[in-house]
Ligand binder design. Structure first.
Ligand code: HMG
Ligand code: MG
Length: 302
């Protein structure tokens, strides 16, 4: 089996990781987290969201976070923009990439972005065309590609439909998300295959929450298909406010350990990444969710 020789990881910790925090995380901590991630070698970082502050108060300092960044050449800074208002608010901060986020489940679409799947695509259409006219790369995220907190199991055909709709409006890449972490390898492969009906291998990524502890297995299953781009969250932070009970993304440290152990390059320095994870875990007064970070920190201490 030929595994990819290089994997690109997008750290979504500053966005997905922090969006669900109940207490406001100070802006300077968010900025520092991004700096530590880029110092660890991350070349793609999801920084914040330009969403309604009534819906997600934690992301209300989006402009301040973006303004506080000391950008490193070669690093792509992404932000979420659910509608034209979000894109227009984001543009002055010059994101390199914007993310439109839809769902393969109607109920989740309604709960998360307050519209149907069809309506979301119509909203995204104008966002995508304005972003691309401004030379900004457009990624799409498809939530609930294997399971939905409101509808239960989700069929691959629903994923395929949203991937097709996103392709039709000019979304350049799709992330196949297991929002609530219920997926297991074969189900996740089916969801990924559905997206691959409309996108090339170089245009898809996996985004796996680790609620049921399956995210590394699901990552491996996608690597076996040739998928070489994944989202992960430093220290395994995160969750979606509209997917109650779902825990964070798979920890970036754990994915890096898996990949390096398989001889797959990431360009990431695991030790420095662990330092970034310790920084944010200390700031949140909480132990890391990364098994690898725990093991290596114990080793450091002994
Ligand atoms: P809405 O209430 O239907 O929007 O929300 P609206 O157009 O009717 O406007 C209502 C109010 O919101 C107005 O303000 C607008 O100006 C304001 P008011 O007149 O009442 O003062 N508004 C905005 N404000 C700031 N930025 C904006 C914006 N748009 C409208 N962009 C909306 C629709 C999409 C805005 C809302 O539902 C929302 O913000 N949802 C975001 C939910 C979210 O961020 N979820 C988490 C991210 S997705 C995720 O985590 C999943 C992912 O990780 C993949 C996976 O794991 O599945 C990506
Ligand atoms: Mg997510």
């Amino acid at each position: 089996m030929a595994y990819p020789s290089f994997v690109k990881l997008v750290d979504v910790g500053p966005r997905d990781g922090l969006q669900n925090e109940q207490h406001m995380v100070p802006t300077h901590i968010k900025v520092q987290l991004v700096h530590l991630l880029q110092d660890a070698g991350l070349k793609d970082i999801e920084v914040t969201s330009f969403v309604s502050p009534k819906w997600v108060p934690q992301m209300a300092d989006n402009l301040e976070v973006m303004a506080g960044l000391q950008r490193k050449p070669g690093v792509r800074y992404a932000v979420l923009t659910p509608n034209l208002k979000g894109l227009q608010a984001a543009l002055p901060s010059q994101p390199d990439e914007i993310v439109v986020f839809g769902a393969a489940s109607e109920a989740f679409s309604q709960r998360n972005i307050n519209c149907s799947i069809e309506e979301s695509i119509e909203r995204f259409r104008e966002v995508v065309s304005a972003a691309r006219a401004a030379g900004i790369h457009v990624r799409g995220a498809i939530s609930c590609t294997v399971g939905c907190p409101y509808e239960g199991e989700v069929a691959p055909a629903s994923v395929e439909k949203v991937a097709r709709l996103m392709r039709d409006i000019g979304v350049q890449h799709v992330g196949v998300a297991d929002t609530i972490g219920v997926g297991t390898p074969i189900k996740v492969q089916r969801a990924m295959e559905a997206a691959l009906k409309h996108y090339d291998l170089s245009e898809v990524s996996g985004h796996f929450h680790d609620t049921y502890g399956q995210a590394l297995a699901n990552t491996l299953a996608c690597l076996q298909m040739g998928v070489w781009q994944f989202d992960a969250s430093v220290a395994g932070l995160g969750g979606c406010p509209y997917a109650k009970g779902a825990t964070g993304n798979v920890a970036t440290e754990d994915v890096v350990y898996l990949l390096h152990g398989m001889g797959i390059e990431t360009g990431i320095d695991l030790d420095r990444l662990i330092d970034a994870g310790q920084f944010i875990s200390n700031a949140l007064s909480r132990p890391t969710n990364s098994r690898v970070a725990k093991a290596l920190l114990n080793k450091r201490a002994s």
